[in-house]
Design a protein around this ligand. Structure first.
Ligand SMILES: Nc1ncnc2c1ncn2[C@@H]1O[C@H](COP(=O)(O)OP(=O)(O)OP(=O)(O)O)[C@@H](O)[C@H]1O
Ligand SMILES: [Mg+2]
Length: 337
C-alpha cells in the first residue's frame, strides 16, 4: 500500500525532545514542551515555539515539560502535545497511522499505561498504539545484533533518565533505569556556579555551558566561557568565567551515579552474556552521551570498552519503527496492556 494510506510511525517520547521516525528516517524533532494559558488551561504554543517562550512569559502563562524523568507528569499536556506532533507528520487521515511508542525500561505499569493512554487519545478513535521499551528500540536503532543469543549492552543517556540494559534474543536480560540524565548534569553545573561564585544561573544557561565547554574528563585543550549570572545577595547581574576543568569537577558526582547504574546491570547479568559485553563493548546513545569524553571516562571507570554510536540522538526513534516492523518476532517480549 502506498505510504499515503498506510503509515508506520515510530515515536520516541522523550523528556526533552520527541522524535518521530518514518521509513527509517527521523521526520520530526520537537522539544517536548507546551505553553499553557493558565486560566483557561489552553495550550497556546507547542514544541520549539513553546520552548522559545521559556522564561519570557507573563504570570498568566506557564511553559511546561509534560514529561519528567522520562515519565508522563502531566497527562493532558502529553496527549495534546502528541496529538499535534502526529498531526504534523500524518495530516492525511485516510487511515490511522500504525504507531510504536517507546517508554523507559523499568517504570511502573501505571506509568507505562499513561504513555499508552496518551498515545491512544492522541490518535483518536479506533486506533491502536504498540509499545516498546527504549533500550530495545535503541539497540535496534543502532543495529546491534540483538536477535542473537549473545549479550549486547546499550546505555542510553537521555535528558531525564539514563537506561542501561543487556539484551539477548530481543529481550532485556538485565536492565536498570536511573531517573537522572542531562538535566541532572545541568543542575550540577548550576549548583557549582552558585557555590563557587555565589551566582544563580538557569537551566538553559547551565545546558549551554555543558554543551559549549563541558566534558567528562580533562581535555587537552582547556576551553572557557564568559557569561552572566545573578548575584545571590544583590540580585544584580554579574559576569563570570568558567573553564572546562571546572565543569569536569562539577559533573563527577552525577556521572559516577550513571556509571554505578551500568555496573549494577553488569553485576546482574549472567556471566556468559557479561563476557560477550566485555568482548563487544558497550554502545552509548542518547543526547547526553555527546558530552565530551563520557565514553572514554566510562571505559576507564568500568574497564569495558565503551563507544558512542553514530547518530546517538535518533537511535530510539529509528529503532521503535524497526520494532514495529519486527513486531511478529518480538511481540512476546513486549508489554501486553
Ligand atoms: N553536545 C552535547 N553535549 C552534552 N549534552 C548534550 C549535547 N547535545 C545534547 N545534549 C543533552 O542531551 C539531552 C537530551 O537528550 P535526548 O534528546 O536523548 O533526551 P530525551 O530523549 O528527550 O530524554 P529521556 O530519554 O531521558 O526522556 C539534554 O540534556 C541535552 O543537554
Ligand atoms: Mg530519550
Amino acid at each position: 500500500m502506498s505510504p499515503l494510506f498506510s503509515r508506520n510511525l515510530g515515536i520516541d517520547l522523550g523528556t526533552i525532545f520527541t522524535r518521530i521516525a518514518e521509513a527509517d528516517e527521523v521526520v520530526l524533532v520537537e522539544p517536548t514542551v507546551v505553553a499553557v494559558q493558565l486560566e483557561q488551561q489552553k495550550i497556546v504554543e507547542i514544541g520549539q515555539e513553546a520552548l522559545n517562550m521559556l522564561g519570557r512569559v507573563s504570570e498568566e502563562m506557564e511553559v511546561s515539560r509534560p514529561l519528567r524523568e522520562g515519565v508522563v507528569a502531566y497527562f493532558e499536556y502529553t496527549y495534546l502535545f502528541l496529538r499535534e506532533m502526529i498531526k504534523r507528520v500524518a495530516p492525511m487521515r485516510v487511515f490511522k497511522p500504525q504507531v510504536m511508542i517507546t517508554y523507559p525500561y523499568g517504570i511502573t505499569s501505571v506509568e507505562r499505561r499513561a504513555v499508552h493512554e496518551a498515545a491512544l487519545e492522541a490518535l483518536g478513535a479506533r486506533s491502536n498504539a504498540l509499545m516498546v521499551p527504549q533500550p530495545i528500540a535503541a539497540a535496534l536503532g543502532v543495529d546491534l545484533p540483538v536477535g542473537m543469543p549473545s549479550g549486547n549492552m546499550i546505555v542510553s543517556m537521555g535528558g531525564g533518565c539514563t537506561q542501561a540494559a543487556v539484551i539477548a534474543v530481543h529481550d532485556i536480560v538485565s536492565g536498570r533505569t536511573l531517573r537522572e540524565g542531562g538535566l541532572t548534569l545541568d543542575e550540577a553545573i548550576a549548583t557549582y556556579v552558585r557555590r563557587k561564585y555565589g551566582l544563580i544561573i538557569g537551566q538553559p544557561t547551565a545546558e549551554h555551558i555543558k554543551i559549549q565547554i563541558g566534558a567528562a574528563l580533562p581535555q587537552d585543550e582547556e576551553m572557557r566561557i564568559e557569561l552572566q549570572g545573578q548575584d545571590q545577595i544583590s540580585g544584580l547581574p554579574k559576569p563570570f568565567t568558567l573553564t572546562t576543568s571546572e565543569v569536569v569537577d562539577a559533573l563527577q558526582d552525577p556521572l559516577d551515579r550513571i556509571f554505578e547504574t551500568v555496573r549494577q546491570v553488569l553485576e546482574k547479568t549472567p556471566p556468559e552474556l557479561a563476557s560477550d559485553v566485555i568482548d563487544r563493548g558497550i554502545a552509548l546513545c542518547g543526547g547526553a552521551a555527546q558530552l565530551r569524553g563520557v565514553d572514554t571516562l566510562m571505559t576507564q571507570k568500568l574497564g569495558i570498552p565503551t563507544y558512542l554510536v553514530d547518530d546517538p540522538e535518533n537511535a530510539v526513534a529509528i529503532g521503535s519503527l524497526r520494532a514495529l516492523e519486527l513486531y511478529p518476532v518480538i511481540q512476546r517480549n513486549l508489554p501486553k496492556f
